[in-house]
Design a protein around this ligand. Structure first.
Ligand code: HEM
Length: 359
C-alpha cells in the first residue's frame, strides 16, 4: 500500500511537470508558428478523442465525481489516508477507485493542454501578420468550441453520463479534430489541389454529403455506446437468432447504427470512386472506410473487447479526417483570406498555383 502511494505521488509529480512543460515551453519558444501549434494540436486532439473513448469504455467516466478537480484535487487524486478520509466525508458512497480516477484525470490533463494549445492558436491568428493571410474567424470559433466542450465534459460528470451529453461530448471532440485539420490544410494553400475540371460541383456536393453522413454515424455510434446498446444485437448481419427487426429500444438504437454504416459505406464509397483519379484521397478514404467497417463488425462478433472498442472510436476519427482531407482536396479550405483572389493568381509568383474551382 505504501509503495502504491509513493508510486502515485511520483506519477502525480511527473504528470504535473509534463502538463506544465507541454503548455509553457511552446509559448516561450520565440517565433513559434501557427503551423507548428496546429501540428501539435492535431496529434493531441487525436490522443484526447481516443483517451476519451478509453475512459468511457472502461467505465471510468465517473472516476472523479466532481469537476474540474478529482475529489477536490486539481493535481492528482486523493492519496494519503487523511485525503481518503476527506474524500469519503465530501462524497459519501463514492469511494476513491484509484485506477478509474487516474484515467479520468489523465484525460482531463490532456484535454486541458489541448485547450491551451487552441487558445495559443487563436491568439496567434489575431496577430496582424497572420490576419493578412488568414481570417481569425475559424480559430476563434474553434476556441469557442473547445470551451463548450469543457462545459460538456463537466456536465458529463455532473449529470451522471446522460446519453445526450455523452454523445454531444463525443461529437464535440470529433468536430475539434476536424476543424484543426481543416485549419492545418488551409495553411497548405496554394499547393495544387484537384484541377478545376475534376472538382466539379457534384464532386464537392458528394464530399459534403459524405462528411454529413460520417458525422451522423458518429452521433449514432455515441448513442449506441452511451445507451449501453453495443451487445443488444450480438449477431451479424442479423440482430439476434436470425431476426432482423428490433425487439426493444437498445436493439433499435443498435440497428440504426448499422443502417447508418450502410449509408456511410455507400456515400463515402461513391466519393472515393469519384476521386479515383486522385490516388491519395481516394485510397485514404477506401482504407479508412474498410478499417472502420471491419472494426465495427469485429466488435459485435467478439462482444466488445475494450481495445477493439477504443480502436473503433479512433477508426471513426481516422475516417472523419480522411473525409475532411478529401474535401480539402476538392475545395480550398475556407479560412484563407486569398479566397477573393482570381483562380491561378497568388500574392507572389511562387504562390500562383494552378488554380482550383473556388468553394
Ligand atoms: C462505417 C462507419 C462507422 C462509424 C463512423 C462508426 C462510429 C462509431 C462511434 C464513433 C462509436 C462510439 C464509440 C465510443 O463511444 O467510443 C461507435 C460505436 C459502436 N459501433 Fe460503430 N461505426 C461505424 C460502423 C459500425 C459497424 C459496421 C458496426 C457493426 C456492425 C458498428 C458497431 C458499433 C458498436 C457495437 C458500437 C458500440 C460500442 C460501445 O459501446 O462502445 N459500427 N461507432
Amino acid at each position: 500500500m505504501h509503495n502504491c502511494h509513493s508510486a502515485y505521488r511520483v506519477v502525480t509529480h511527473i504528470a504535473s511537470r509534463l502538463v506544465f512543460l507541454c503548455v509553457s515551453v511552446p509559448l516561450w519558444f520565440k517565433g513559434i508558428s501557427v503551423k507548428r501549434l496546429l501540428n501539435a494540436a492535431l496529434v493531441l486532439a487525436f490522443v484526447v478523442v481516443s483517451l476519451g473513448a478509453y475512459v468511457r469504455l472502461s467505465d471510468a467516466g465517473l472516476g472523479c465525481p466532481d469537476w474540474p478537480g478529482c475529489y477536490g484535487h486539481l493535481v492528482g487524486i486523493p492519496d494519503a489516508d487523511h485525503e481518503h478520509a476527506a474524500a469519503a466525508a465530501a462524497f459519501p458512497g463514492k469511494p476513491v477507485e484509484a485506477a478509474k480516477a487516474w484515467k479520468e484525470m489523465i484525460h482531463r490533463y490532456a484535454a486541458g493542454s489541448l485547450g491551451l494549445l487552441i487558445l495559443a492558436i487563436a491568439a496567434l491568428a489575431w496577430r496582424r501578420e497572420q490576419r493578412q493571410q488568414h481570417s481569425p474567424a475559424l480559430p476563434t470559433l474553434l476556441l469557442g468550441l473547445v470551451m463548450f466542450q469543457a462545459l460538456l465534459g463537466m456536465w458529463t460528470v455532473t449529470l451522471l453520463l446522460k446519453p445526450l451529453v455523452v454523445t454531444a461530448h463525443l461529437l464535440g471532440g470529433m468536430s475539434t479534430l476536424a476543424l484543426l485539420l481543416w485549419l492545418r490544410l488551409g495553411l497548405e494553400y496554394p499547393k495544387p489541389a484537384i484541377s478545376a475540371l475534376s472538382a466539379s460541383p457534384t464532386l464537392r456536393l458528394l464530399g459534403i454529403v459524405a462528411l454529413a453522413a460520417v458525422a451522423l454515424q458518429i452521433g449514432l455510434g455515441g448513442w449506441v455506446s452511451s445507451n449501453y446498446a453495443a451487445l443488444a444485437c450480438p449477431d451479424f448481419p442479423a440482430c439476434r437468432d436470425g431476426q432482423w427487426q428490433p425487439v426493444d429500444v437498445p436493439s433499435a438504437i443498435h440497428l440504426a447504427h448499422r443502417g447508418g454504416a450502410l449509408l456511410v459505406a455507400l456515400v463515402v464509397g461513391a466519393f472515393a470512386v469519384a476521386l479515383l483519379r486522385h490516388r491519395a484521397p481516394a485510397l485514404l478514404l477506401a482504407a479508412a472506410l474498410t478499417l472502420q467497417l471491419s472494426l465495427g463488425i469485429a466488435n459485435v462478433l467478439l462482444q466488445l473487447p475494450l481495445l477493439l472498442a477504443v480502436a473503433h472510436n479512433s477508426g471513426a476519427a481516422l475516417l472523419l479526417t480522411a473525409v475532411v482531407f478529401a474535401n480539402a482536396r476538392c475545395r480550398r479550405p475556407a479560412w484563407s483570406i486569398s479566397r477573393a483572389m482570381p483562380v491561378g493568381q497568388g500574392r507572389t509568383p511562387a504562390e500562383a498555383g494552378p488554380g482550383i474551382a473556388l468553394g
